[in-house]
Design a protein around this ligand. Structure first.
Ligand SMILES: [Zn+2]
Length: 93
């Protein structure tokens, strides 16, 4: 394959991935991984996403985290009802 063919192949690949990234039905799966932990931006507590308190948080006030460390880094403390972990490392008990 000569240089010109390689460049053409690259251009086709870039174009194909550009199109794929913009197919609307693929976007939700990419853009919105399910949050494991949530908090309200008006509260200093964070919750498991299954917590009843968490489910009452207004969607516009909901902060989402994949790890407890992210919530702790924002200065949040664990909810006393659902008792979310403070670390994503496995407990050593
Ligand atoms: Zn909770």
């Amino acid at each position: 394959m000569n240089v010109r063919m390689t460049r053409l192949a690259c251009a086709v690949l870039v174009a194909a991935s550009w199109v794929l990234c913009r197919v609307p039905f693929l976007e939700p799966a990419i853009a919105a991984p399910k949050a494991r932990f949530v908090a309200s931006d008006t509260s200093d507590r964070y919750h498991l996403s299954t917590c009843k308190v968490a489910q009452k948080i207004h969607p516009e006030e909901t902060l989402r985290f994949q790890t407890p460390e992210e919530a702790v880094a924002k200065g949040l403390v664990p909810c006393k009802k659902c008792d979310p972990p403070v670390s994503s490392a496995p407990a050593r008990d």
